[in-house]
Design a protein around this ligand. Structure first.
Ligand SMILES: [Fe+2]
Ligand SMILES: [Fe+2]
Length: 264
């Protein structure tokens, strides 16, 4: 999602409502904020959205009278000093409808808490950070804070989405035929990863993510985050210092989500 479309989110609000709200707010921000405090050509620097053909050569004239952003982006809601996972859902990932509905499907199907949490978190990398290879990024982001089974499953869903498993009723997604065409085949490295994952002890946990990872939702259905707060409390090791400030191997990734346009 382009950064400019972010705004103070509400769980469960519809995408069209959010977009029209956020466009109005974006305009308002654009007019009212002191432009010399904004990062120069900042959209280019938004995490995961760098277009290598557009890499800017900043010249002294580009920078004249401007300061490069090294803190909060005024277009985004500031985060609390010691942010929790729920704060990230509220201020950076919301409405997160796809994640909430995936987790609710898993809950209703009677799966255990690890599966439910894996479904709730499986796409946070691309919702908050980067789309390409999001399963791998998401697993790294979460590894210090969740059971290894959850992190493994989130990593593997990246690959398993492309491969059917009739034993659980998972077919190749119809949406992928539309997205990528009839002729699309995953790269050989993806197939090699799939063959390894197929025999792993956590295979079924990852497979259950793909089973609950549906693209067609009822847009009117509202899922309350409240339904998952106890599961998060029991299964996510929230660091006292706040995500991003606990010196974990992925703390820098959480900070990038907090400050996606910080110049350095
Ligand atoms: Fe995904
Ligand atoms: Fe998904």
């Amino acid at each position: 999602m382009p950064l400019m479309e972010k705004h103070m989110p509400q769980f469960g609000e519809t995408a069209s409502h959010r977009n029209s709200l956020s466009r109005a707010e974006t305009l308002e921000h654009a007019m009212s904020e002191a432009l010399d405090k904004l990062v120069v050509k900042s959209v280019i620097y938004t995490s995961g959205e760098i277009d290598p053909t557009q890499f800017p050569n900043l010249s002294p004239s580009d920078l004249a009278g401007k300061r490069l952003l090294m803190g909060d982006d005024p277009r985004l809601v500031p985060m609390p000093e010691k942010p929790t996972l729920l704060d990230f859902f509220k201020y950076r990932f919301a409405p997160a409808t796809h994640l909430l509905q995936s987790a609710q499907l898993a809950l209703k199907a009677g799966h255990n808490e690890k599966v439910v949490l894996a479904c709730l978190l499986h796409d946070i990398a691309f919702i908050g950070f980067i789309r390409s290879e999001h399963g791998y990024w998401g697993a790294q982001l979460l590894e210090p804070y969740v059971d290894e089974e959850i992190a493994w499953a989130i990593r593997a869903h990246q690959v398993l989405r492309f491969f059917p498993d009739e034993s659980v009723g998972y077919a190749y997604p119809e949406a992928y035929v539309q997205f990528f065409g009839e002729d699309f085949r995953p790269e050989p490295y993806v197939e090699a990863a799939y063959r390894k994952m197929r025999d792993h002890k956590y295979y079924m946990t990852a497979r259950l993510i793909t089973l609950n990872d549906v693209y067609s939702f009822d847009p009117a259905a509202v899922v309350d985050m409240e339904a998952f707060t106890d599961i998060i409390g029991r299964n996510f090791k929230q660091p006292e210092e706040g995500l991003g400030f606990d010196d974990s191997p992925s703390a820098h990734m959480w900070r990038t989500i907090i400050w996606p346009t910080k110049f350095l």
